[in-house]
Every structure is written in structure tokens, then in C-alpha cells.
Write a protein of this length. Structure first.
Length: 410
């Protein structure tokens, strides 16, 4: 039985400030709930099918006392007619969501998904890759379609034409469509299985990626040719050549080198600490600097107003093609990233340094998660000895037998 209460006036309701449920009269069960945070909302306490229920009628003062009483009377009239006003309100809300889903196009969902995820992405380049791939391949075909209506034929219309010719790109586009549709499903903007899923679905209609696309490896210079190449590189002028030399001596990625800043480098300690936001793995990485790397750094000019170690001629960071251009002008069939493979081959073929030391020098993950949890150190001193050996090899006379002799790691 709903609690009966004296009928309050609007002024009396306005003065209700104590946390709790205050029945205001006029309609049985109508109360103003005052929250401990200070917020106030209307509650209608009713009995539906023998079960007591609390029905929200909106916040106060947005919903006035008079409006709350009108809404409460309508709800009680529905109950007398055998209807459940709470379920009816929920159905209306779901209908609005369904209408919103029809209005949410795939392109709009893409924008919303990227906005929700980009805080966790390492850099703006990641967002640019998402936008460019979907703008080029997906949006012209499915961009204006509702996410609730997308099905397998739509996804295949995007993926199928490029699966055999641009397999890697097609695979990434498929994965991005899948993530966006999962996001839409989590927000009740679509229902049913994800039509872009691979396992147990698209893998039945498209050939495996490994069967139609050979892996593309970064072209690398054989390690036996490194000493002669380094002599030629040392004679090349320009910041791009200096950055490439530093990248080779440190076995670092191009982006890490191009973004290097003087505050990250401790010349006295012989260390370069690359911050997490410039590392592929998203973790800070210490690089052991050999004597050759330190000598190179000491020859570089300091540019006023910039703390970049390798600034572009017109200021700012060197472009990602600058180091590649140096190799092209030297007519060397390799790419900057390939020297990391060259370094790894040299470690395996010409030294007794441990593979885990080499992998840590390359900032690769070592072992599984359990092993990583127990491995507290970063083998830095061992990596320093490895860096010194690599630099001696790189800087050795090209005609010397040291180019092919074993270097014994200590």
C-alpha cells in the first residue's frame, strides 16, 4: 500500500534539503529523493504485479512539483489498466536508441571510436593511419550506411577487391572495421555477430593472408659490408648522414633517433634515455653509447632555440625519408631499419654475446610475461660491452680481417 502523505506546496518542496526520501502528497507514493551530493530527483513508489517498484520521474527542479504529480497520475492510470509504466518507459528509451543507431553512420562511428581510443594511442601517426586507410577503402563504400545495417556483404565489398593485391592493408582495414563495429555493439548501436570478424567467419570466404602475401622484410646490408659502408658514410655531409651513423651505432629505430633531444643524453655517463612516448613498446629505454657514438655527438652543433640532436635544416624533426635518401644517394640497396637486422645477424654470427642482451639492445621484449615479471634488470652493463664491440666492428678498417673475425663478448 503506497504511503499517504500531507500535500506539500511548491515552497515546502523547495525547502527539502535533508538527504532521504520525502513523500510530498497529492499522488500516493510520490516522493522527492534528496541525495547526499545535493542532487534531487522525483521517485514514484508503486506496486506492480505484487512487487514494489520505484519509478524515476526526472530531476528537480527541471521537473516541477506539478509536472511530477501529472506524471505520477499517468503512471498510476497505466497500472490500473494492467500496464507496467516502467517497462513502457524502458521500451520507449530502447526505441530512441534504435533510432539513434539508424542515424549513426559508419563514418560517424569511426570518428566517435577514434575519439574514444586516441588517448591510449602512442602518437598522432596512429590516428592518421586509421583515418587514411578507412577514408580510402571503407568510407566510399560503407561510410554513409548505418552501423546497425552493416552485414557481411558490405564488409566483403570493402575487403575483397584489395585482399589479393594489398593483403596487408586489407587485413588492417578489416581489423579496424571489426573494432568499430564491436564498439558500436557495446553501445547498443547494433546487434548480432560482427560481420568483420575473421575466425570462423571471413576466414571461410577469403584465403589466408599467409597464402596470398609474402612477408616483406626490410632490406638490410650484410654485416660483412658494414665497415666499408661506414667509411663512405662518414664522408657524407649533412644531418641526415650523421643521424644514420648514430642510428647504426646504437641499433636504434629511425624515429627514436630523429626525435632525440639533448636532455635525454648524458655524455658523461654515456647513456641515452629514450622516453616511453617515442618507443614502439611504450616503455622508456636506456641506450648504452659507445665511444664512437659519443664522439659523433660531440661534433654536432647545438642549435639555439632547439634541443633536437639532429634538427632538420629548416628546423624541426628530420622527415622519415631523410635517412632513406642518404642511402639512395649512396646507391646502397638497404633501408635504415634494416641495419637493426644487420646488427642482430652480426651478434649471432660473429660474437658470443647472449641473444637476450641483443634483444634488449634492440628494445625487444625478452621471454614471456612470467619471465619478464622476474627479470628486474635491463642487462645494461652487458649491453654496454655489446655496444662497444659493435662500434669497434663498424669503425674497423674495411680491408682488415676484423670484418669477418669473431668478436668475443665478455
Amino acid at each position: 500500500m503506497a504511503r499517504k502523505a500531507a500535500e506539500m506546496t511548491s515552497l515546502a518542496v523547495k525547502r527539502l534539503m535533508d538527504p532521504g526520501l520525502h513523500f510530498v502528497g497529492g499522488v500516493p507514493g510520490l516522493a522527492l529523493q534528496v541525495l547526499s551530493t545535493g542532487g534531487r530527483t522525483w521517485i514514484l513508489r508503486v506496486t506492480i504485479a505484487g512487487r514494489r517498484r520505484d519509478m524515476g520521474l526526472g530531476g528537480y527542479p527541471e521537473v516541477t512539483l506539478a509536472e511530477a504529480r501529472d506524471a505520477a497520475r499517468r503512471a498510476r492510470a497505466l497500472i490500473r489498466d494492467g500496464e507496467d509504466p516502467i517497462e513502457k518507459a524502458r521500451a520507449a528509451k530502447n526505441a530512441l536508441k534504435a533510432e539513434a543507431a539508424k542515424a549513426m553512420t559508419f563514418k560517424s562511428a569511426t570518428d566517435a571510436f577514434i575519439k574514444s581510443q586516441e588517448a591510449g594511442w602512442r602518437n598522432a601517426k596512429h590516428r592518421a593511419q586509421w583515418n587514411s586507410s578507412l577514408e580510402r577503402y571503407a568510407h566510399p563504400i560503407i561510410g554513409n550506411l548505418s552501423v546497425s545495417d552493416l552485414d557481411t556483404p558490405h564488409v566483403l565489398k570493402v575487403i575483397d577487391p584489395i585482399w589479393l593485391t594489398r593483403t596487408e592493408t586489407a587485413s588492417r582495414v578489416r581489423g579496424r572495421i571489426e573494432q568499430i563495429l564491436d564498439w558500436a555493439a557495446a553501445r547498443n548501436l547494433r546487434q548480432g555477430p560482427n560481420p568483420a570478424r575473421w575466425r570462423g567467419h571471413l576466414d571461410k570466404v577469403l584465403p589466408k593472408r599467409s597464402k596470398v602475401a609474402r612477408p616483406v622484410h626490410h632490406r638490410a646490408l650484410p654485416y660483412t659490408e658494414v665497415p666499408a659502408f661506414m667509411i663512405e658514410l662518414k664522408a657524407v655531409e649533412g644531418m641526415g648522414a650523421q643521424a644514420l651513423r648514430f642510428a647504426i651505432l646504437t641499433a636504434a629505430r629511425s624515429g627514436e633517433v630523429r626525435g632525440a633531444r639533448w636532455p635525454e643524453i648524458d655524455l658523461g655517463a654515456g647513456t641515452w634515455t629514450v622516453p616511453a612516448d617515442r618507443m614502439k613498446a611504450g616503455r622508456e629505454h636506456r641506450v648504452a653509447l659507445s665511444a664512437a657514438a659519443l664522439d659523433l655527438l660531440k661534433t654536432l652543433p647545438r642549435i639555439g632555440g632547439s634541443d633536437l640532436v639532429f634538427p632538420a635544416p629548416r628546423g624541426g624533426v628530420l622527415s622519415d625519408m631523410t635517412l632513406s635518401a642518404v642511402l639512395r644517394r649512396m646507391k646502397v640497396d638497404a633501408v635504415p631499419h634494416g641495419f637493426r637486422s644487420t646488427f642482430r645477424d652480426w651478434v649471432a654470427e660473429c660474437t658470443t654475446h647472449g641473444s637476450d642482451v641483443a634483444e634488449m639492445a634492440l628494445a625487444h621484449a625478452v621471454g614471456n610475461k612470467v619471465e619478464a615479471a622476474y627479470r628486474r634488470g635491463d642487462l645494461f652493463e652487458k649491453r654496454r660491452r655489446l655496444a662497444d664491440d659493435w662500434a669497434r666492428f663498424c669503425e674497423s678498417p674495411a680491408s682488415s680481417e676484423v670484418a669477418i673475425l669473431k668478436v668475443r663478448g665478455q
